[in-house]
Write a protein that binds this ligand. Structure first.
Ligand code: HEC
Length: 133
């Protein structure tokens, strides 16, 4: 008996309902796992955090994620900005200090004084507290 024949015979022994049912069953399991993973994900952003996200993406991310100006001092990653107790400079990681740095600027980072309303600054801070998502 040749190897080809053997393979054909083995394959034909698998009942038809299993050949169709198994992939379908596996498909459903994967689907359920995907849905539950999404379901267990982080809470959706609030409206205020969403506003902060838009500001972060428009005003901060191009430097802090892409360093698009190729600054010699690489802008620090802001994902852990409120997770550590101190900022990269060593200053306390508080709302007051981050607000101050953003408004006053620091080193190669420009001052944003007058470019954010209080409401926008609060939204930006609320977003940064999410560890930016
Ligand atoms: C032009 C590029 C640029 C932009 C735009 C920018 N930053 Fe920065 N940022 C920097 C650089 C460079 C540093 C490092 C400054 C230093 O330590 O000399 C920095 C540092 C920081 C720090 C850490 C300060 C510390 O004390 O360690 C925070 C927080 C920060 N930026 C927040 C922001 C936020 C929020 C925005 C958006 C509103 C923003 N930055 C926009 C370049 C930028």
């Amino acid at each position: 008996m040749s190897a080809v024949n053997l393979r054909r015979k083995t394959k034909s022994r698998v009942p038809v309902h299993l050949r169709v049912g198994l992939p379908a069953l596996l498909g459903s399991i994967v689907g359920i796992m995907l849905i539950s993973t999404i379901g267990c994900g982080p809470d959706p952003l609030t409206g205020q955090q969403m506003q902060g996200l838009t500001l972060y993406q428009g005003r901060c991310a191009h430097c802090h994620e892409e360093n698009d100006l190729a600054l010699k001092k690489i802008p620090p990653d802001l994902h852990a900005v409120f997770k550590d107790s101190t900022l990269p400079s060593g200053a306390a990681a508080t709302d007051v200090e981050v607000r101050r740095v953003v408004l006053a600027g620091k080193g190669l980072m420009p001052a944003f004084n007058g470019r954010f309303t209080d409401e926008q600054m609060n939204a930006l801070l609320a977003y940064l507290h999410t560890g930016p998502r």
